[in-house]
Structures are given as structure tokens and as C-alpha cells.
Design a binder for this molecule. Structure first.
Ligand code: UDP
Ligand code: GLC
Length: 535
């Protein structure tokens, strides 16, 4: 198509040049028409400008068929054709009695714009779907960093690598991890302004990045045409993948990992998320009952809303004593130190500062902070403040920041207690389940999805969010009562293996994907209720 379009474009340019130069022949009679050349031009001028330039733009667009840099290509086609149009008008001024007609230039400009849209539509709808034994899924996630939502997606996509691709809007270790898992990846990088727009961003910052977002939507739509289903894994991914799936005429699954409330999102972002979900999502998967309820309270209304928690690989292997010794040495941790592990990105709402405060009252405890500031400047500032606090005399030597690590298992095996301390409702809380599966007693804050995972005094201990005193008491309790700690750990491990096995979770998600393929019958959609598991 591209070759044909190029030949046709060359022909159109030659024809255009001929037409443009012809008026210089003067007010001659056209041999096969009973009118003079200038009259003819007047007659067809508007439509010549509108129609001819539209056709020219369609062909020019198809001739260059850009897969990326859509904005630049559109600007190029528009400015080149408009410049040509102005030139034609200028040449026509050579005919006695004719002036430069701005209405014609405008007609040509609008025609060109329409031509670009038509060219893009032709390009989009001639893209072929991939073939495969399973539905072909395009997963979309905005970040290149490895947060909980990305780790969940990594496990889902890796299990169906032959029939999936992951589109990211930022490069990074997530892409590397997907490559390792042999999952096809594409990166349509967003500029730094767009990356900096976080869940709290207001209207002005969002407005700034609109042209870039439009371009990503169109690119995503082109890619989505190759797949059966589009699967948005994050809020920002939804805002792009939503309209893209609509343009590509593909169904959209939205995996909701966030609590849509004013403590997590700005009004503007809540509006964009709920609006996109309601307008474009065929099915929404919430990672906890709390997430689902928050979505509904924020005005979310989609026909197929199910709760599927995160799933985890179940393994019986534990770190060897040698591995643990090496890690202790690496961290300069005393041989018998009673160690508290807090894993997760460093960000104010995760409450690392609350644990530091509690640690002042538990002098026998050491703490390991596993994770880094992943997303915003505010997080990076918070990480610096945490390090400053940890250097205070009451804490110095007992707090170990190890940064982000991919190999988290040894840290969980080394710890005596796992702490989760989010000060606002945690949507799900993978680290809680990871602690349970490592057979460690877990202390978590009672809110959001976390409150659905543990049972107080049976599989873990709950404390109130943002209450360092209560956390210190819970730590002291576990330090003093090793039998309780052991009982909580073993019960928790059994419960977690029962509720959060990866295979079961994968098949529930596959069920939702299947129900979104065009051939899926309506009855199977109603079966989505069976996908709900409330731990
Ligand atoms: N994690 C990790 N390396 C680190 C710190 C954390 O791989 O250095 C993982 C952690 O094991 C968990 C995930 O990051 O699986 C964090 O997920 P969670 O749901 O707890 O919180 P999120 O950051 O997604 O809000
Ligand atoms: C998000 C949430 C976290 C959840 C994870 C996986 O990152 O903040 O609570 O566990 O997604 O669903």
C-alpha cells in the first residue's frame, strides 16, 4: 500500500504542479470546455482546495505511513501542503483580475486536516490481527519501574507470553524483567512532563501534555489492532488505552490496583479514571473488595466488575543458613539481631516513618527497609528524610536501608517480623501476603485490602494506621511471645497458600480475558461472578 501510495503521490504532485502553472498560460479557453480557464478556476477553486488537498493529504499520509512520531508527520504533511496551497494561490495571482484568496487557503487547510484523519483511519483499519491459540492480549502499563501492580502483571503476562505483548510508556527494569520472561514488549516513551503527572496532578499539568497523550492514544490504537483484547493495568494506562481500544474497536479489561479516593487521587485524576473506565472498559478486575467498593463509590459503573486478588508462586524452598549469614554480614547485622522487615517503595503513605517512630520504643529491634523511592520527587525527599531520622542516636546502627532489590526472598527469610504500616487504606498489599508465605508473623494496618488479608490474632496482628505506639506494642508483644509469633506465622502461611496461589489467580484472569473476546457468548460473561474470591 505504501509503495502504491508513493507512486500516486508523485503523480498528484506532478498534476498539481501542472495545474498550478497552467494559469500563467493566461485567460485561454480550455479546448474541451466551453469556458475560459480563469472562470473554470473560480468555479472549482473552493472544492479544488478542499477536495484536492484532502486527497493529497490522504495519499501523502499513506505514503509515509508513520508508526511513530505521528505528531511530527501530521505537522509535516499539513505544513507542506499548506505551503503548496499558498504557492498555487500566489501563481494564480498572475491571472488578470485574480487576487490571493485566503478562503481557499483555509479550505485547503481543513481539507488537509480531514485527509490526515482519513489517511490514519485507512492505515488503522488495514492492520491485521495476530493469530494464536489463545486470545491475543495487549497489556498496557505506564511505568518502567517495578511496583506491585507491575509484579502482578509480570506473572500474568509471563504465563501467556506467546499470546501477549506488553506496552509501556517508560523504559526501565520492568521492561528488562519482561524481556527475561520472554514477553514481547513495546515502549512508547512519554516525555518527562507526562511522566511527572502523578495521581495528584491538577488540570493545568494535565492540559500541558494533551498533544502527547493524543499521539500515544493513536499509536496505542494502531498496536491494539493486532490484538483481540486490550488490558490496562494502571490508571494512566487506562486513560490512554481506553480511547485507543475504542478507536481500534477492541474490548478493554481494566485491572484496578488503586483505591479511587481523594487520599490517593486528585479530583481531576479521579474524574479521568472513572470516566475512562465507565466509557471504555468492558470488564474491571479489582484487586480487593475495598478497591471495588471505592470504585463504585467514586461513580464507577461497569457491567462486569470482579474481585481477583494478587497471586503468588508457591514454593517450598527457603534460603540456606549460608545465604542468611552472607546477608547478615553484608548488612552488618549482629548474629542474633531480632529483625523487622518493611518491604515496599519509600513514599509517605506507606508509613515507613511510623515504623521508625515505633522503633525508638523497641530498642532490641533492628529494621531493614527494602525498597526505594520509585515515582515522584516527593518520594525522593521522603527517602532522604527517613535516612536522616535513622541516623539519630536512638536509632543509629539499627536501621538498614538496602534500596530496591529484585531478590527479595532472602530478606523475608532473614526477618523475624514483617511490618506493613500504610497510613491510608492499602489497595491490596502484596508484602503482607509475601510475609505470610515466608512463614513470618505479620503486623499490618487495619484498612483497605490489608484488612481483608489477615485475621487479627490468628494469621497476623492489626494495628491502627499512623499509630506508632500501637505498632511498638505489637512489636514488643511478638518479641516477648515467640510461641505466639510462631503460631501466627504457621497459620498465616497455610491460609496464604490456600487463598493466593498464582495458578488459580491466573485462570480467573484468563476467564475475564476470554469473556472479552468477540466470540465470547453473553452467558459466560455472567459467570464472572464466580471469579470473585474474597479471602
Ligand atoms: N519489592 C521488591 N523489591 C524491593 C521492594 C519491594 O521486589 O526492593 C516488591 C515487594 O516484594 C512487593 C511489591 O514490591 O511484591 C510491592 O507491592 P505492594 O503491593 O506491597 O505495594 P505497592 O508498591 O504496589 O503499592
Ligand atoms: C498497587 C497497590 C498495592 C497492590 C498492588 C498490586 O501498587 O498500591 O496495594 O498490592 O497494586 O495489586
Amino acid at each position: 500500500m505504501k509503495r502504491l501510495a508513493r507512486i500516486f503521490l508523485a503523480f498528484l504532485i506532478l498534476a498539481g504542479l501542472w495545474l498550478a502553472l497552467k494559469p500563467t498560460l493566461g485567460n485561454r479557453r480550455i479546448p474541451f470546455l466551453p469556458i475560459h480557464w480563469s472562470q473554470y478556476l473560480d468555479l472549482v477553486d473552493f472544492w479544488f482546495n478542499f477536495g484536492a488537498f484532502m486527497i493529497l493529504a490522504v495519499v501523502a499520509w499513506l505514503a509515509i505511513s508513520p508508526g511513530s512520531h505521528l505528531r511530527h508527520a501530521a505537522a509535516l504533511v499539513l505544513s507542506a501542503i499548506t505551503a503548496g496551497n499558498v504557492l498555487v494561490e500566489q501563481v494564480q495571482r498572475g491571472i488578470p483580475g485574480r487576487a490571493m484568496d485566503l478562503a481557499d487557503v483555509l479550505a485547503g487547510f481543513i481539507g488537509t486536516l480531514m485527509g490526515i484523519v482519513i489517511g490514519f483511519a485507512i492505515q488503522l483499519y488495514t492492520i491485521h490481527k495476530r493469530e494464536g491459540s489463545k486470545p491475543q492480549v495487549l497489556f498496557v502499563d505506564q511505568t518502567g519501574r517495578l511496583g506491585g501492580a507491575e509484579l502482578m502483571l509480570l506473572d500474568i503476562a509471563a504465563a501467556r507470553a506467546a499470546d501477549s505483548a506488553v506496552l509501556l510508556f517508560q523504559d526501565g527494569e520492568f521492561r528488562e524483567a519482561l524481556d527475561e520472561a520472554k514477553v514481547e514488549t513495546r515502549v512508547f516513551a512519554l516525555g518527562e512532563h507526562a511522566v511527572a503527572v502523578d495521581k495528584q496532578a491538577g488540570l493545568r499539568r494535565i492540559f500541558h501534555i494533551v498533544p502527547e497523550l493524543i499521539e500515544r492514544v493513536l499509536q496505542t490504537a494502531m498496536l491494539a489492532r493486532e490484538f483481540d483484547v486490550v488490558y490496562a493495568n494502571t490508571a494512566k494506562a487506562l486513560v490512554i488505552a481506553g480511547p485507543a481500544s475504542f478507536l481500534a474497536r477492541r474490548r478493554l479489561v481494566f485491572h484496578l490496583h488503586d483505591i479511587v479516593s481523594d487520599s490517593h487521587f486528585s479530583t481531576m485524576n479521579r474524574f479521568a479514571l472513572i470516566g475512562s473506565a465507565n466509557a471504555f472498559a468492558h470488564a474491571v478486575i479489582a484487586n480487593s473488595e475495598a478497591t471495588k467498593q471505592a470504585f463504585l463509590s467514586a461513580g464507577g459503573s461497569v457491567e462486569h466488575l470482579s474481585v481477583v486478588p494478587n497471586g503468588f508462586k508457591l514454593t517450598d524452598t527457603r534460603s540456606t543458613e549460608n545465604d542468611l549469614q552472607d546477608l547478615r554480614k553484608h548488612l552488618s547485622l549482629p548474629e542474633h539481631a531480632w529483625t523487622v522487615l518493611m518491604a515496599g517503595r519509600l513514599t509517605p503513605w506507606k508509613g515507613q516513618h511510623v515504623l521508625l517512630k515505633a522503633l525508638r520504643e523497641v530498642p532490641e529491634a533492628h529494621a531493614i527497609f527494602l525498597g526505594d523511592a520509585l515515582f515522584t520527587d516527593e518520594d525522593r525527599q521522603y527517602a532522604r528524610e527517613l535516612r536522616e531520622t535513622a541516623a539519630e542516636p536512638s536509632l543509629a546502627g539499627r536501621v538498614h536501608f538496602v534500596g530496591f532489590r529484585k531478590d527479595t526472598a532472602t530478606f523475608f527469610d532473614l526477618a523475624n517480623v514483617i511490618v506493613h504500616a500504610s497510613v491510608i487504606a492499602e489497595p491490596f498489599g502484596r508484602v503482607i501476603v509475601e510475609g505470610m508465605l515466608a512463614a513470618k508473623p505479620v503486623i499490618a494496618t487495619r484498612a483497605g485490602g490489608a484488612a481483608e488479608i489477615l485475621t487479627h490474632d490468628q494469621t497476623g496482628l492489626f494495628v491502627s494506621p499512623n499509630d506508632a505506639k500501637e505498632l511498638a506494642n505489637a512489636l514488643r508483644r511478638l518479641h516477648a511471645d515467640r510461641t505466639l509469633a510462631h503460631h501466627l506465622a504457621t497459620t498465616a502461611c497455610e491460609a496464604a497458600r490456600e487463598a493466593y496461589g498464582l495458578d488459580a489467580v491466573r485462570s480467573k484472569i484468563e476467564h475475564v480475558i476470554q469473556s472479552c473476546t468477540p466470540t465470547a457468548s453473553t452467558p459466560s460473561l455472567s459467570n464472572l461472578q464466580h471469579a470473585e474470591i474474597l479471602p
